[in-house]
Design a protein around this ligand. Structure first.
Ligand code: UD1
Length: 421
């Protein structure tokens, strides 16, 4: 299994191009299942989760042509309406095929996602939403079996559905399902994340009638068919945020290219509060810092509040900042797995329920640590960049799920990161 060796102490300087967003690419790839001809995507990041999704779609019969960051998907001839456990277990986002399969073909059999390192993460709201649209769904042998055979034209029926928790992939799944339903669907308490908006924009190019994406009420007027389209995936605000924190922690100056500042408001505000200078200009963001940071309190919540996917990275920042901070996680239970590993690097952190109390220390010290989930792994890279001596991060396959060319990008900025087998 690959490991990362990080020699701490380098200031990061230079430019880095932000990739397309994993969390937009995955649902948009699945949206190809809705179209009668080719969906052409660009800025699709080269990530393990993208490979897993493409593999799953190919298993269903989608013809995929991938060249560099471009992916063409042709779902004209589908042979299988099933997402098997073997494929779903490694990536929870596989649940995103459920809505489109059911909406276009009237049937789907999708494995329940397995346990997840950052909490139980059920998919009950995806299921209840589809049931509200008339689907018959039962769970058998670990599979979600869904059908619309009993419905008029065997199609889902538009409905009003209130999600009692804000769910990102739930909103996306239901939006895709509603795009081909009979009549109008209104999704209330919908997720407002930029990736939901990006997916809605792609669906609209495919012929869907969607209003309100980016607000908490999304209205979808079902259409009979969707067609192919050309779409560029939005930039990855979490990847961008990770490099911004790295620049601030190492006392460097990093300019991010291909980024939209309005996607990162909460993160930028916290970086400024910590003492970093953040300059936004058209499609670039520059972060400058002298490395002397102040501790900042963080509370995660659905967009536009502070993203849970940046919580671990700010925890890393707080471990070496001046003062004491409270980091509160409200989206996921059990999303503090990085804490134990950071303690191995000398961080001073106490956990009380869903809050971590972080007392900044003068210096972290390199050690061997283990990556536990995607963003936790990123936070360990950040800690390693400022730790004294060498940090070894094991199980880095998590990082490959969500960060494109991580070592290359960090090393181009002056870091000393090496992958060894
Ligand atoms: C997405 C992102 C992930 C991010 C998360 C929160 C993708 C591929 N992944 O994950 O990176 O951390 O949003 O911003 O876009 N819940 C239920 N029932 C459901 C669905 C969700 O109880 O049916 C709960 C979850 O357990 C969690 C909360 O709702 O506590 C939010 O989860 P959700 O927004 O659905 O996360 P994902 O869409 O899986």
């Amino acid at each position: 299994m690959d490991k990362l060796l990080i020699q701490g102490g380098a200031r990061l300087n230079g430019e880095v191009t932000v990739s397309g967003a994993k969390n937009a690419a995955l649902p948009i790839l699945c949206a190809a299942l809705l179209a009668e001809d080719t969906l052409k995507l660009s800025s699709v990041p080269k990530l393990k989760d993208v490979g897993t999704t493409i593999h799953l779609l190919e298993h269903m019969g989608v013809k995929v042509n991938r060249q560099a960051d471009k992916v063409d998907l042709d779902a004209r001839h589908i042979q299988s309406l099933e997402a098997p456990y073997e494929m779903v277990k490694t990536m929870r986002a596989s649940i995103l095929v459920l809505g489109p399969l059911l909406a276009r073909f009237g049937k789907a059999r999708v494995s329940l996602p397995g346990g997840c390192a950052i909490g139980s993460r059920p998919v009950d709201l995806h299921i209840k939403g589809l049931q509200a649209m008339g689907a018959k769904i039962h769970i058998e042998h670990g599979y979600i079996e869904a059908t619309t055979e009993h419905l008029p034209n065997k199609r889902l029926q538009g409905a009003r559905y209130y999600m009692d928790l804000v769910t990102v992939t739930g909103t996306e799944n239901l939006m895709m399902a509603a795009a081909l339903a009979n009549g109008t669907t209104v999704l209330e308490n919908a997720a407002k994340e930029p990736e939901v908006v990006d997916m809605a924009e792609c669906l609209i190019k495919m012929g869907a009638k969607i209003k309100g994406a980016g607000t908490d009420v999304i209205t979808i007027e079902g259409v009979e068919k969707l067609h192919g389209a050309t779409h560029q995936v939005v930039c990855d605000r979490i990847e961008a945020g990770t490099y911004m924190v790295a620049a601030a922690m190492t006392g460097g100056e990093v300019k991010l290219l291909n980024v939209k500042e309005n996607l990162l408001d909460a993160v930028i505000e916290k970086l400024r509060e910590a003492g970093a200078e953040v300059i936004c200009d058209q499609n670039t963001i520059t972060v400058k810092s002298d490395g002397k940071l102040k501790a900042v309190n963080i509370r995660t919540a659905p967009h536009p509040a502070f993203p849970t996917d940046m919580q671990a990275q700010f925890m890393a920042l707080n471990t070496v900042a001046e003062g004491v901070s409270k980091v509160t996680e409200t989206i996921f239970e059990n999303r503090f797995m990085h804490v134990q590993e950071m303690q191995r690097l000398g961080a001073n952190i106490d956990i009380d329920g869903n809050t971590a109390l972080v007392k900044g220390v003068a210096q972290l010290e390199g050690a061997t640590v283990m990556a536990t989930d995607l963003r936790a792994s990123a936070s360990l890279v950040l800690a390693g960049l400022v730790a004294q001596g060498q940090t070894v991060i094991e199980r880095i396959y998590h990082l490959d799920r969500g960060y494109e060319n991580l070592e290359e990008k960090f090393n181009a900025l002056g870091a000393n990161v090496k992958r060894v087998s």
